[in-house]
Design a protein around this ligand. Sequence first.
Ligand code: UDP
Length: 322
Amino acid sequence: MKVLVTGGAGFIGSHLAEELLSRKNSVAIIDNLSTGSIKNIEHLKNNRRFSCHVDTIMNVKLMKKLIGECDVIYHLAAAVGVKYIIDNPLESIKTNITGTEIILEYANKYGKKKSLLASTSEIYGKNMDGLRAFKETDDRVLGATTIPRWSYSCTKALDEFLGLAYWREKKLPVVIARFFNTCGPRQTGRYGMVLPRFVKQALANRPITVYGDGTQTRCFSYVKDIVDAVISLMGCKKAVGEIFNVGNPVPISINDLARKVKNSTGSKSRIIRVPYERAYEKGFEDMKHRQPDITKIKRFIEFKPTVDIDGIIKKTAEYFRG
Ligand code: UDP
């Protein structure tokens, strides 16, 4: 199978490309290296079934060629990371909306290529409904448009609407995967992601920076579990036209995460609290809890996360030490 991975030099995209190659597919990737890195795919470059295009998904001419040549598309290219979105609001909105429009348009025109759209748990916004896990059909609760963070949730929601509309009106086979805090080797903390930031801080014996009061919770998944799940979803006929939460449903508070990272790395770091306003900007809004309900995905594919938070911390620390 000829596979196109947009955002293939990114953290999740590079692991996906690697796994698809190991399953004997040909893989073409496109990445503008905004948050991705050539280092992530350096080890794939000698594989004759691999090709890499450093360009933007907004290059229509190139996208027409790449989509025309492939059998299926994993669309992961997007502006990601809370910090990155806040610092680059315009580019983020354009990439996430216009980029996805281009991909869906030509996936439809050039032979209705099956497309998996990477979406996000940011979709749910600050919905806190009884602190329970989110179902795919849950309401979305967002803050004001003056708070740039929420633009990300909106752009991804629009991508989902577009994907679903292409399926309903044009019968373009689209599958949507909402990722929840995916972590592991190659993830950088530069754009805000908490786990690689804590691990790096701990290894350097620098203060571990807990934002807010640290009682907020998240559910962390290991990247290889997520990659296996999206490949299974792509292979699942019934999954077309559907949206799935893809994540490990075990929550941990950010305070506990900081302690775990410190203990696991044997670090001398202090754990410090940083007000959100100082970490991001005035008026910043965080979500208190975010947990996936994975009942739906388990009805469609075999999905059982294999690496828990201790394993993820260990593997991330090994990566940074290496
Ligand atoms: N966070 C933190 N310290 C950091 C970076 C992030 O305490 O150095 C917090 C952040 O405020 C949020 C959680 O960790 O409550 C997860 O943040 P991340 O940006 O990784 O992902 P999010 O789930 O917010 O998209």
